[in-house]
Write a new protein. Structure first.
Length: 320
């Protein structure tokens, strides 16, 4: 099947970046800023899929500095100025404008039914949803799908390549980077509009994403032994889930993969046999009641006995 022209440039870029994975220079020693104690990268990286770890950590430091100085304050101001309802309307419009990209990628993945669902979703939300302000999926409209060119490249068998930390963008790989670039060329809505309009839409999407994750990112940075390692781990698991590669449930966002596993508490050194220590303990009152409770035979005998008052009353009647 011949590849569409918009996908040729990103595909060539992904192949070129993936081929350069084996030509990287030896990583140098670098300390991850903002960690106590600092995380140091020496000699060869431990993770073979992350050969650029030293450089990636430096890029992450740059991203954190940019986020603290510019992006996070803007995201917090955006949250304070606009309430949840208008933010949801903006998010719905941005998602609706991306539906043609989802439909095109579903078609390139050989899934025409899903592609038709995305087209129908775009039409329904653009008309009955007032230009995408309202998502009609909760009331029976076409469901939302996640599909991009990086996912399409994966379906075609293109390897992802080494892990990359990109300035302004964050975690990625050569395949995902090529897909990110190609998605902009695949959206027909962007062709009749100026190039600056596309940049503005991308900036608005990034701002919306940052606003939704203000608390999550703060927890990530405050509760991680190694922020870089944890961020890389969480991004890979989330992306694997989108690609259909996840075999287990995604971990909690606060679960630190770099933290040591909890140790098991040893059994107490007493003279109680092991079987008794493993048996569940009974409450004292209940245990005492069980010891005093008569067995089945005793219960039958007790049921056949007559009260002493009845015996004495009958004896008195006979005498009278």
């Amino acid at each position: 099947m011949p590849l569409p022209k918009p996908a040729l440039l990103p595909l060539a870029a992904a192949l070129a970046l993936g081929a350069c994975a084996g030509d990287q220079a030896a990583p140098t020693q670098v300390a991850q800023a903002g960690t106590v104690p600092p995380v140091t990268v020496v000699a060869s990286p431990i993770d073979p899929s992350d050969p650029f770890e030293a450089t990636n950590r430096q890029v992450l430091d740059f991203n954190w500095a940019l986020d603290d100085a510019v992006i996070k304050p803007i995201a917090k101001g955006y949250r304070q100025v606009l309430g949840p309802w208008p933010r949801d309307r903006i998010r719905n419009v941005l998602d609706n404008l991306n539906e043609p990209v989802v439909a095109a990628n579903r078609l390139l993945q050989g899934r025409p039914i899903e592609a038709g669902t995305s087209i129908m979703r775009f039409v329904v939300n653009s008309t009955l949803g007032l230009g995408g302000l309202f998502d009609l999926a909760p009331i029976g409209g076409p469901p939302k799908q996640v599909a991009d060119l990086g996912q399409t490249f994966h379906a075609w068998g293109l390897p992802d390549g080494p892990f990359l930390m990109l300035p302004f963008v964050g975690p990625s790989t050569p395949r995902e980077l090529a897909g990110l670039i190609g998605n902009g060329f695949m959206n027909p809505i962007g062709y009749p509009t100026p190039f600056t309009w596309g940049l503005g839409r991308a900036a608005a999407s990034g701002l919306d994403e940052r606003e939704r994750n203000i608390g999550t990112i703060e927890d990530l940075r405050a509760n991680s032994i190694d922020v870089y390692a944890r961020l890389k781990n969480l991004w890979r698991q989330n992306r694997d889930a989108e690609l259909g590669l996840a075999t287990v449930a995604a971990p909690d966002i606060l679960e630190d993969p770099e933290a040591p596993a909890p140790s098991r508490r040893p059994a107490p050194a007493t003279g109680v046999p092991q079987a008794a220590r493993l048996a569940p303990a009974r409450p004292p009152q209940k245990a005492a009641a069980l010891r005093k409770a008569p067995g089945p035979q005793a219960a039958k005998v007790a049921a056949g006995r007559k009260p002493a008052r009845q015996i004495l009353a009958r004896a008195a009647d006979r005498r009278g």
